[in-house]
Design a protein around this ligand. Sequence first.
Ligand SMILES: Cc1ncc(COP(=O)(O)O)c(C=O)c1O
Length: 466
Amino acid sequence: MALLPLLKKRLGMSLFLPAHGRGRALPEEFKTLLRQRAGVWDLPELAEIGGPLETEGAVGQSQRDSASAMNADHCWYGVNGATGLLQAALLAVAQPGEAVLMPRNVHKSLIQACVLGDIKPLLYNVPYQTKQGHSVPPNHAWIQKVLAELPGNRGEIKAAVLVHPTYQGYANDPTEIIATLQEQGLSVLVDEAHGSHLAAAIDPDLPPSSLHCGADLVVHSLHKSAAGLAQTAVLWHQGQRVDPERVERCLGWIQTTSPSALLLASCESALQQLASPRGRRDLANRINEARLLKSRLIQSGVPLIDTQDPLRIVLHTGSAGISGVDADEWFIKNGLIAELPEPGTLTFCLGLSKHRDLHSKLTKAWNKLKQANQNQSAQTDFEAPPLPLVASPEVKLTTAWNAPNRVVTFEQSEGEVASELACPYPPGIPLLIPGERVDHARAVWLAKQSLLWSDVLPNAIKVMKI
Ligand SMILES: Cc1ncc(COP(=O)(O)O)c(C=O)c1O
């Protein structure tokens, strides 16, 4: 038996997702349910229970209650993560052959949905922080430049996607951007996988949830940014631009016919926790503790990158010449398990549970790591991807993905058309998508990325066989 013992194993400090911190921050009522006789809660869609697409039954009622508590028109719980709900939402806003405007830091699930639905992604660049190698959200002026750059035939573009906040917690107020996109006749789908807690609107210094900024469809990953079990998520819908019936048809197309009652109950309890006075008080406390922790870490000389989500700690390992990927191994050995290693940073997710002595453990481990690398000098700036402001793949995604292919290295990919995603995971943001032709600058850049990401991005890509 390989897996079962691992699930019981004591690990170091869990500074990774799910955000419930190995159960500690699960809602009390849900913990009580889990303590019942093992398995009693594993039920099918009995009439009384129902499912996310059924009006009758407890799930439908729970979804209506959650939507009303959030002032949304509808919501659907999901048991295949933000991934499943983002994919259904995208299929709902564009028909085969139509186009959707998407940021370059879009999660791979949405590109995969383009293949499923024969949808054309119009990819726009987002600002890039060269010091730490991160994409950050565009502001309104940036989006106006993107819109000015769009091809003549705007009629085929049906929707726009925003990522808010990013994995590392970068976010701004998307209200003006959403309004401008909608004025252009586009419906707006926001991937708010990392921002369920923003929807609690408990702190004026946190960025607002896009749900409160007029977005048509918003997806929350409840295990990433609320106290849901892995795979739990919710899709919110509001307004007249998107037809909720079409959303339901698309959900029915790709979701399992046997959704886990336990996961659906976890969706409900994670959302109830965000809405309850106790849950909101606990969240406010975690946020205040996180802010204090960050300022103490900075005072102790630990190099942190400032993002807008207090619950993400982004360690700038590159400032000491250390890759975040290498630093991750070191921290694991020192009992601190992070979430997102990247070439220049290592992101720890504080989640919703308390962490005792984190300041001293993190400071000690970082000082030891720095000591062991004292001869290194700070990393040089990362290169932004060499891409035009807006571009779409030369070959249809569906054609490129299904085409016979051969494997080449990135150096050899110049002039070739990609047949698959090049995508380090995490964070799951594609660097190249099927159908894109690689030019010289991109081939050189991809080869460098492969060195920077080491095993997470092997130097090999399937390209279309001609
Ligand atoms: C920005 C973003 N969107 C969507 C997802 C997919 O979320 P899930 O793992 O809940 O399917 C991720 C996962 O890492 C993500 O980072």
